[in-house]
Design a binder for this molecule. Sequence first.
Ligand code: FAD
Ligand code: SF4
Length: 508
Amino acid sequence: AKTLRLILGDQLNQKHSWFGEVDSDVTYLLMEMKQETGYVRHHIQKVVGFFLAMRHFADWLAAHGHQVVYYRLDDQANKQALTENIKSLIAEQGFGRFEYQLPDEYRLDQQLRDLSEELEVEVQACDSEHFLTERGFLKDFFKGKKTYLMETFYRAMRKQYNILMDGDEPLTGKWNYDHENRNKFKDPLLLIPPKVHHRDVTDIVALLEKMEVETIGKLDAKQFAWPVTRVESLGLVTYFCEKLLPYFGVYQDAMYTDDAFLFHSRLSFAMNAKILSPIEVVEQVEQYWYSHQDAISIAQVEGFIRQIIGWREYMRGVYWAKMPDYASLNFFDHQRKLPSYFWTGKTKMNCLKHAIGQSLDHAYAHHIQRLMVTGNFALLAGIHPDEVDAWYLGIYIDAIEWVEITNTRGMSQFADGGIVGTKPYVSSANYIDKMSNYCEGCFYKKNLIVGDKACPFNSLYWHFYARNEAQLAKNPRIGMAYRTLAKMKDKEAILKQAEYYLGNLEEL
Ligand code: FAD
Ligand code: SF4
C-alpha cells in the first residue's frame, strides 16, 4: 500500500532503518507547524534551529532518492496542526498506510494514538532507534522502588554497552570520578572559543515574523551558531575531543562571567534532535581517549560519558515511567510567579544576571547554571513548578519535555518529592561563590545574611528549610541543616529578612 511515514522535528536520525532502502511506495512527511511553535514561548534560536535541521534533513532524504513532503510554516496546504495535516494528506493522496516513530513527548504520543484510532488506514508505530534502552526499560529496572538511583542504572548501561569496562569491572576499578570534578575556574588563558557556525537565517526570521510566531531571546540573523546537519554535528564531537575534553571534568561545575560555554560540548541540541545518537558520541569520545591517555585523565571521559549514557538516558526512562502524573507534581505546594527578570536578565543578583543573560543571548546555559543558579533561586523563592517548567522548556535550544521536565521539576525543583534526587539542590551564596566569579561583581554581599546588601540566597536558604520542615526533617540526608537551624541565635532576623525578599522578589 502507498505509505505515509511521519518524521517529527526531533527525529532527524539518518541511521534509522527506515532509510536503508528507497521504496517508491513510501513518502516521508516533515512539517513546520504553529502547533509546535506555540505550545510554549520558545527562544528564537530554538525555533530557527529545529526548522533548519528539519529542512536539511528533508534535503538529505530527497538527495538519497526518497519521496518527501515538506510543509513550510506558511505553505497554503499547512493546517498548522499535526492531526489535521496528516488526515487531509492521507485523504487527498490516497495513502493506504500510516507509520510513525514513537515520539518522546507525551503530548505527541497521545495525539498520535488518538489519530491512529481515528484513521481508517493501517497504522504502525516503531522505535526511533536512538536511545540505548526502550521506553519502558527503566520502569521495569526499578520496579517497586520509590527512588530511582541513577548510579545503579548507569552501571548497568556501562556493562551492557561495554563502555570504559575491563571485562565485568570498570576500567581502573572505579565507576565514578565525580569527586575529582569540582574545580573553580581561574585561568582565562585556558579559555577555548566555542566552535560556532555563521549561518545567515534572515529568511527564517522573516518567516517567523510574517507568521506571528512569538519568541523570546536574541538572535543575530546573520550568524546562527548551532550545528544543524549531521556533518556539522560530527564536527562538534571532534572539536570537543580535541579541544575541550582535557578540561571537561575538571571545570564541569565551574561558572565564569567571561565564558558562557567553558569546556562543555554544546552537543545537547544535536542529540535531542536525534541528529547524533548517544552511543555514537560516547564511543567516539571513548576511542579518542584510548589513543590520548597520556594527555587526558579518565576522570574527564568518565564524567562526560556518565552525563550521556547515565543521566540523559535515565531521565528519558523516568519520563516514560512517570508521565502524565509527573507534569503536575508540586511537592512543596509552591505558588509564586517567576519574577520578570527571568525574561530580561535585569537584576542586581550578578549570578542570575549572567545565567539568565547568556540564556537569552545563546539559548544556552550549562548544567550547574541551570541547577544551582536559576533553579536554586526558583526553589528557594517558592516559584510554582509550572512557571519554572515553562521557562526552561522555552528558553533552551535543547529543551524537549522528556529531558526538560525531569531535570526541572524533578532534579532542580524536587517537586516529585524525591524520585530523581534524594534531596533538594539548594544552596546559599557559599556554593555559588565556591564555583564561580559571580559574587565578586555583585551588588549583594555574599557573606551577609541580613541587611540591605545581604545576598538573597543566604536568608532564603534557611527560610526554605524552615518552611518545609514537615516535608524534609525526616530525610536522613538533611538532618544536619535542621540541627544547625535549631541552634541559630539570629534565626528570627534571618527569616524576617527572607520574608521581606519573598514579598519583594521583583525588586531583587
Ligand atoms: P555537556 O555538559 O557537554 O554534557 C554532555 C551531554 O550530557 C549533554 O549534551 C546532554 O545530552 C547530557 N546531559 C548532561 N547533563 C544531563 C542531564 N542532567 N540530563 C540529561 N542529559 C544530560 N538538558 C537537555 O538536553 N534539555 C533540557 O531541556 C534540559 N533542561 C534542564 C533543566 C534544568 C533545570 C537542569 C538542571 C538541567 C537541564 N538539562 C537539560 C541538562 C543539562 O543542563 C544540559 O543537557 C546541558 O547543559 C547541555 O549542554 P551541553 O551539551 O554543553 O552539555
Ligand atoms: Fe549571587 Fe549572592 Fe553571589 Fe550576588 S552575592 S552573585 S546574588 S550568590
